[in-house]
Design a protein. Sequence first.
Length: 558
Amino acid sequence: MTIPATLSAQSDPDLMVVGTVGGTDITYEELLNNYALNSTGSSLAEATYDELESFLPLYLDFRAKILAGKEMGYHKDSALVSEYENYLTQAAYSYWLEKEIKPSAFDEFKHRSGSELKGFHILIAIDDDASQASRNDALRKLEQAKSELENGRNPQEVNQKFSTVRNGRSMGGDIPWVTAGTTVKEFEDQIYTLEPGEISDPFRTQFGYHIVVLQDKRERTPSRLARHIYVRPTNDSTANQKITKAYQQLKSGTLWNQVVNAFSEDLSTIQNGGLIGWLNYQVASNSFIDTVMNVKTDVSFTEPKKTNYGFHIFKIDSVESYPDQETKDRALREQLEQASFYEANNDYVLSYFEEKLGRGIANEDIVEVTKEYYPEFEQQSESFMRGLIVFKLNEEQLWNPAKVDTARLQSMYHSNPANYQYQERSFYYLLTARHDSTLDKAIQFVYKGGSVDKLSSAIDGLRISSDSVSISFTEPFDRLGNMKPETFSNKFHYNNSRGVFWLQDKLRARKMTFDEAFNKLLKKYQPLREQEWLESLREKYDVSSDLNQLLEAYQKDS
């Protein structure tokens, strides 16, 4: 049995016609799709009937504007087409970032952030412009180094034999504990593929060619917010005696900040109660960090400790923790965005294509490739072109002052004179400066006969503006109402500066000229102008809505 098309359309809510514009049917499905595009953060499942009913006339007017814009040839306008093409290119990059790259990068970053790795590497530095022969030689040496490590040779000996030496120091060797985002991406990608004891194949970073040995892997140690009292080491027992005395004062009940001020020699932290900040193994890897990370959190302060920097008493304010996974994920996203390798730009997208998808693409191909992978991008592209057409139409027909009916504004101006009056106003100068002494010089300059208009050239560091205002109840302008012409106000605080008013004159109430009233008239006229224009479009394109069909479609869809 064949179902007639009319009956099929009546049974499928998506195909039900809820309006017409220029002889074209607007279906319930089209309305829903465009409601979703225009409702940021909302889903179709959340759309109520009242919301769709309110959106329907707006969308029908939008479709009428598109017809009007196309009749005027806006879709062929060279400037508009150029803007559209530029938008599409950048939108395609953004699409990949938001839909594919950011979620993938975050998932990887989140997984890696749960652990920290300890490694050892051999590094042969190679310049970007090095010859292929030099590159091949570096790779050959690293393969030999890997073989020697696999055969049990001492890693330090292998490092001394093969790694590049700069300023008397090997560029290879021990690597501090690392976690996601704390080293260059190429290095991170390699070390996270290894299990403890494994050695990577040679790989390239901005520093040269490496091989890396994963020595250890553990759960990530939470960061700690630490304070300390610090004493520099000395060649005798003086430093030890000083830190011991500080500890004894803390034990006797002296407040932490008082002991910091009396004993600490870390000038950069004294003013903040010895606050060092958040510390973890990614900040450094030495006896100082080891000591801080091993402090028991249930003690108010530690006994004196010696590190590679000197003597300390530590105090742990807080240990990194999160009330829920959502909060932790938000913090991880912030860390990802701050990672040195993470730059959400066009080059990052192109490198993703090459690395993850195995295909290199050029900038000019990004739009077509995006449409290939994401068909819905085509709809977004069409929607933007429509938006450009409607914006240009509004700009030409509604917002263009040259097309304002001046005669009508004149009529409004003359028929309602009481609406276009200036009240009594205070014409003032506002003088501001960083210091009262500068304002005092300005006040004396004027009272000795100097012109206010010459103040800016006469006195350095003074800023001057002038305006007029009706009665104001806002500080500091409320004081203008009680001032007499040609007097100064008391000084006051103003926008992180000091300020003073000079009241030049009290301007009498008067009628505005037509030019003075123009913006006020236009503000009142603009809604009428838009409504009349829309009504003309509705009539021209026979715009109609069918709320009965909309309600029926909504009920069937619910």
